[in-house]
Design a protein around this ligand. Sequence first.
Ligand code: ADP
Ligand code: MG
Length: 348
Amino acid sequence: MASVCINNVQKHYGTYHALKGVSTQMSDGEFVVLVGPSGCGKSTLLRMIAGLEGISEGTIEIGSKVVNNLRPKDRDVALVFQNYALYPHMTEEQNMSYALRLMKTPKNVIEEKIGSAARILNITDLLKRYPRQLSGGQRQRVAMGRAIVRDPQVFLFDEPLSNLDAKLRVQMRAEIKQLHQRLKTTIVYVTHDQIEAMTMAEKIVVMRDGAIEQIGSPLELYDRPRNEFVAGFIGSPSMNFIPGSVRDGLFVANSTTHLPLPAGARVDVATYGIRPEHLKLDDAGFPAEVVVIEPMGFSTQIIAKIADTLITVISSERLVLQPGSTVHLMPHVPAVHLFDRSGLRISD
Ligand code: ADP
Ligand code: MG
């Protein structure tokens, strides 16, 4: 196990500036998720930690040792990819033992490590099978097993669940989290999926356009996003953003819609943010036109419209509503997020 320290790291691909000064620390044993839209530089940063990509500027430390000039195999990290990268002509057992055999690890040690990893991952019965004889989820487990047997200082995961169907993804999410609870090895996990980030991470690093937007625990980011980007990216369905301005202590979204503000709110609010679960149906609330009703079973999702802005509401009740009808919605004022013209959050 080891900490990972990223100090002002930059990456240039020719004239393209892919990472623009990224600094963050991962503590020993921590589960850190790098999340952000496709193309924001997550894989680049992970590959730089692994040693597969050069570092243009800045330093990366693993266990307080600068690794900029160390070869990948000398960094003591194990990388698990989205596409598994298993050797098709090797059985599960041979795939998992490959790196150990290269290192001339004694046979009995290899057998013990493979047996233990296979037990952890529940793939003991599949050891003699070839990748083509395995399902997607089983292949992903073998890829993880190959990383586990190396007993690295740090596990690096790059979108490992992207090729799995939705149900299996949810299951593997829990399995990887259990794996971390058991092994307690530092994990740096890359995904574009904010639900994976929220459910698995101890610490989330939100990235955009080659820079870090915010670092925090899942609920810190959910409750106190630093700006509109993080507020909209974290949480599903997304936070509602309603443009307008403050007048006489209320937020005026259009000539007819007045929204309540927390006491003492500043006058330079340009956007009113409210999560779907923080809007309640209430006759005293503001009017909105129902556009679409989505019954989810355990809840009902309503897409409604105020002026030109579509908003989403989640109600735990089973509602019968007609499209085109009017509902009245009351924001839960303590949960309102206010943003200034530049998109920075100004409420507490
Ligand atoms: P992510 O993993 O967040 O989707 P990447 O780290 O793969 O993003 O890529 C970040 C940016 O760098 C993208 O715009 C991508 O096109 C660019 N990029 C990645 N690898 C290379 C490369 N080898 N040469 C040039 N540009 C690259
Ligand atoms: Mg990527």
